[in-house]
Design a binder for this molecule. Structure first.
Ligand SMILES: [Zn+2]
Length: 245
C-alpha cells in the first residue's frame, strides 16, 4: 500500500459517521462544519468565498485560491479524484509549504544508484558495504542539508592517475596526496611547458546525480485534508440534491 493509499484509509476510518452542518451560506460564501457526535476528535471546517477555499479543523488549515473564471465557486475544483500534488499549486502559501524532506525517499535513490553502478560494472568491489555503513546508516541523513553534504563528500575506491603532456605519469604515487605532490613538483622542476592532467581510473561517488532526485513527499496532514475536502463537497452535493428534490 502506498503512502497515499494509507492516508486515504486513515481518512475513511477517521470519519465513520460525520454530519454536515451549514453554519452560514450565501451563494459561494460558506462556512460548513463536519463533526461526529462526541466519539470523534476529528473536526473538518470549510470556508469558501469567491475563488478561495480554506479547509481547517483538527488536521491543520490550508488556504487555496484560484482566480480563474470557472473557479468562482471553489467547490468546483474539488470534485472527483483526490489530487493533492496537483492542487498544491493553488496553495496561497505555495507548494513548498506542504513538501517535507523524506529520508526514506533518499535511501531508495541511494540504493538504486549503487545497484546500477554495480550492475554496470564501474563500482569497485566492496562498494555496497561502504555505502551501507558510511551513508545509509549515517545519522546525518535525517536532515536534508547534512544529507546532501554526506553524498557530496562520499567516495569509494577512487584511483586517479596524473599524466603530463611530456608523457611522465605518477604511477608510483598511488595515493591522492602523493599524486598531487608529484604534479606540483613535476611542473616546478620541468618548467612551463609541462602541464599535468588528472584522470580518474576507477572509483565510486554520487557525482551530481542527487540534484535530480525527488527527496520530498507531501505533508501527511495536507493530504488528509485534501481527502476531507472531496468527501465534504460530496456530502454537501448530496444534501443539496435532496433539498432540490
Ligand atoms: Zn612533464
Amino acid at each position: 500500500m502506498s503512502e497515499r493509499e494509507r492516508i486515504a484509509e486513515h481518512f475513511k476510518s477517521d470519519v465513520p459517521n460525520h454530519k454536515i452542518t451549514t453554519q452560514r451560506e450565501d451563494g459561494t460564501l460558506r462556512y460548513l462544519r463536519f463533526a461526529a457526535p462526541k466519539t470523534s476528535m476529528t473536526v473538518i471546517e470549510l470556508v469558501t468565498w469567491p475563488h478561495n477555499l480554506v479547509v481547517a479543523g483538527s488536521h491543520g488549515s490550508f488556504h487555496f485560491a484560484h482566480y480563474a473564471a470557472d473557479r468562482e465557486d471553489m467547490f468546483d475544483a474539488f470534485r472527483g479524484q483526490v489530487s493533492p500534488g496537483h492542487w498544491a499549486r493553488m496553495l496561497v502559501n505555495g507548494r513548498d509549504s506542504v513538501a517535507e524532506y523524506n529520508r526514506s525517499l533518499l535511501e531508495a535513490h541511494i540504493r538504486e544508484y549503487t545497484r546500477d553502478a554495480i550492475r554496470e560494472g564501474w563500482a569497485p568491489r566492496g562498494v555496497g558495504k561502504a555505502v551501507t555503513e558510511e551513508v545509509l546508516q549515517n545519522d546525518y541523513l535525517d536532515d536534508k542539508g547534512s544529507a546532501t553534504r554526506v553524498l557530496g563528500e562520499f567516495e569509494y575506491g577512487v584511483k586517479e592517475r596524473r599524466e603530463c603532456s611530456c608523457g611522465a605519469t605518477d604511477d608510483d604515487a598511488a595515493r591522492f596526496e602523493a599524486g598531487v605532490m608529484w604534479a606540483i613538483r613535476h611542473e616546478r622542476e620541468n618548467g612551463e611547458k609541462h602541464a599535468v592532467r588528472t584522470r580518474r581510473l576507477e572509483g565510486f561517488d554520487f557525482g551530481d546525480a542527487w540534484f535530480d532526485w525527488n527527496l520530498h513527499s507531501l505533508d501527511y496532514h495536507y493530504v488528509w485534508q485534501c481527502h476531507a475536502i472531496v468527501w465534504a463537497v460530496g456530502l454537501y452535493d448530496a444534501a443539496h440534491q435532496v433539498v432540490a428534490a
